[in-house]
Each structure stands twice: as C-alpha cells, then as structure tokens.
Design a protein around this ligand. Structure first.
Ligand SMILES: [Zn+2]
Length: 399
C-alpha cells in the first residue's frame, strides 16, 4: 500500500490522480538508482489500480498524509498483498541453478523465492541479494526468452478477475536486445486492460526501443525527513535517526543495513581505521586475515562499507584543504581523519577513489572477496608509502 512506502508523497499523489482520472498509461518505467523504492511503488500502484474499495482522506481515512490509498482488505488487495493475484505477473532476472545448462530458466522457476524475498524485505532488496536468494552462485541473472514467450501467452488469454491485469518486470535492463523484439509489439499496443510496470535501476542500459514505448516515471532519492521516519520505523530513536539519516545518501537499502545494527556504522569506521593502519605498517599477514574476515560479510554490506570508506577519504581531503567545517563526525572520527589526512593529498585522492569505486563495481560482478581485498591492500600500501616518501622529502617546517 502507498501509506507503507518511505516518502515519495508527491509522486504517489500523481499516481493516485492518474488512476482516479482514468489516465493509466499502459506501459510505465519506474526508474531511479538502487534503493529508492521503485519496486515497492510499482506494487502499491498495481494494488491501488485494482482495489475494490479505495480509501479517501476526504472521507475521514487516516492515510499517513495521502489523499487516497488501497483498502488492504478487499479480495483483490488481499491477493495483491500476498503477490498471489492471478492477474499479477512477474518477470525478473534469473538463471539456471546448478549445472543443468540444457535449458533456459524462467521467472516462474523462482516464483516462491521471489514472493518470499519481496514480502520479507518489503520489496527493498538489491540485485545481488536477489542473486544470492536464488542460489545461482556466480552466474549473472538475465531475463530469458522463455519469460517473453510466457508473457505473450498469458496476455493472449482473458484476465481472470482483475480490472487491470498487471505485468511487473523488475530490472528491465537485464533483457537482451536479441529477445527484446518479442515484447515490443505488446508494449506498444498491449491487450485491453493490461498495464506493464517496468522497473529499472540503470535506465541508460535499457534498450532505446523499450524506452520509446514507455512512460518514464522518475523515482527520486528519499528525502532526509522521510529517511528519518524510515529509520525510526526500523527501531531507532529520534536522535539516532537524525544522526544516521544523512549518511544513508537517500538510499533505503543502505538505511536498512545501517539501521539493522547500531554498531554497524561504528564498525565500518573501526574497520577502516584498522585497515589503513595495517597498510601503513605493510603488515601483510594481518591484511590477509582482514580480507578473510571481510569475506564473511554480505556483498551489500561490503558495498556500503566501501562507500563509507570513500566518505572517510573525502573527510580526510577536506581536512587537508582546511575545510574542517564541512566534515561531519564524532571526536574520535575527526581525530583519525586529522592524523590520516597527511596521507590523503590532492594528488593521490584520485587513486583512492579509483581503487574503491573499482572494487564496488567488482563486488556487484561477483568478484572473489578475499582476493579483491588483498589486492586492494597491496595498492593501498603503495599509495600510502608514496605519500609518506613525499612527506619526508618536504623541507622541515612545511609538513
Ligand atoms: Zn482493496
């Protein structure tokens, strides 16, 4: 339901108005970076379109500031909430499990895992988490031709019971060009009472032929005040939520991980400082052990850890350039940044950024974690040693 979604009130009101005015575009693409809640919005929208007893604030319903929402109680809503409505169809990236490479897989092979993943996470999870949930190892998940054929076949039949039949395609960018043509005609002119809700986190990777056939719906980052409410919903008190919200970068996935354990963020900082100290000492056995320890974390957590490291480098650079007033952190963090900023210079900051951004990319490509972190440590030892040499070569008094 719309009222359970974090923020996005302006966008939701537009969606409500479109439905109430009978202007439902037959193919819409909800796009925005990972963690903005596109899938949750698409699902709430599909439910609202079909709800048989829509609730209105004007009729006294308390809808968390919204003008209208699904009732959550009618037969249609109950089925939508379980993702089990016969007229709600899903397509999402998938791949074969294990070594059976004789045939393509299709979304239906994973429908139970899909429902469980969506419901348990309130539709907030990443592509990596989805790949892990399917248990397909290091394979990349894609949208296969069998899914396209199934959709066409389903749409050739009449809807079972809903006003509007809805096809949700999560991560449409995982549809390859060779098979996209199968869907183009139906996207352009779907069967009556059929709505395609596409979701993308990388619209620049979506085929132009798909883009040109859809109405683009931009899902913005979650606003700071909405993020605070979201964090409070995760059990943080007002002060904790206020302190943590800016660190979540408007990303609900990051907020979920950081709020899951109050110590996690602190843990990120401790882990970063340990890592840098070991690189400073070139303590390879301890660095290898650290890589081993980090490989026990989930990929999502590692990704946010590396992003957090980038924040730490940025704070060091700000101190290098006498902009302490722009840094946000507690006394311990500021003290570390001050000391370490000697090794974060205007010259080498790009090397740190390239190294960490490259690693974030590789993590999402299923890199082997202990190897990745050991390689990073070797690079870091070099960058820090070079910065040390430069410091020593500076005339005394200018350091
Ligand atoms: Zn309803």
């Amino acid at each position: 339901m719309f009222r359970n979604i974090a923020g996005q009130r302006e966008l939701i009101e537009k969606m409500i108005a479109a439905v109430d005015n009978g202007r439902i575009a037959h193919a819409q693409l909800f796009w925005g970076p990972e963690g903005n809640g596109q899938l949750a919005l698409a699902l709430a929208y599909a439910q609202y379109i079909n709800c048989q007893h829509k609730m209105r604030a004007s009729e006294g319903a308390d809808l968390a500031g919204l003008s209208a929402d699904s009732c959550g109680k009618c037969p249609s809503c109950l089925k939508f909430e379980k993702l089990a409505h016969p007229d709600l169809h899903f397509v999402y990236p998938n791949n074969i499990n294990g070594s059976d490479i004789k045939k393509d897989s299709q979304s239906l092979d994973y429908i139970d895992v899909w429902r469980k993943t969506v419901l348990e996470n309130q539709a907030l999870f990443s592509y990596n988490e989805w790949v892990d949930a399917m248990g397909i190892g290091n394979r990349q998940a894609i949208i296969n031709i069998r899914d396209c054929h199934r959709i066409l076949q389903t749409l050739s039949l009449k809807p079972s019971e809903a006003r509007y039949r809805v096809v949700v395609i999560w991560l449409i960018e995982k549809l390859s060009e060779t098979i996209a043509s199968t869907l183009l005609k139906t996207l352009e002119e779907p069967e009556p009472q059929t709505v395609f809700l596409l979701v993308s986190e990388n619209p620049d990777q979506v085929l132009p032929t798909i883009l040109s056939r859809t109405q683009m719906v931009k899902v913005p980052k979650v606003a700071l005040s909405d993020m605070e409410k979201f964090l409070q919903g995760k059990g943080l008190d007002a002060a904790q939520a206020q302190a943590l919200a800016p660190r979540c970068r408007g990303n609900l996935l990051e907020a979920k991980i950081l709020s899951g354990n109050n110590e996690v963020r602190k843990n990120f900082h401790t882990c970063f400082t340990d890592w840098m100290r070991l690189c400073f000492k070139v303590d390879m056995p301890a660095l290898v052990a650290l890589s081993e320890k980090l490989s026990g974390w989930g990929r999502e957590q590692l990704k946010f850890f590396l992003q957090n490291c980038l924040d730490e480098f940025r704070n060091c650079l700000l101190l290098t350039n006498a902009c302490a007033h722009w840094t946000e952190g507690d006394a311990e963090e500021k003290s570390f940044w001050k000391n370490f900023s000697r090794y974060v210079t205007n010259t080498n900051i790009a090397q740190y950024y390239d190294l960490f951004n490259g690693a974030i990319y590789l993590i999402s490509r299923n890199a082997h974690i202990p190897t990745l972190f050991t390689d990073m440590s070797i690079h870091l030892c070099r960058i820090i040693a070079a910065a040390q040499r430069d410091l020593q070569q500076q005339p005394a008094g200018t350091r």
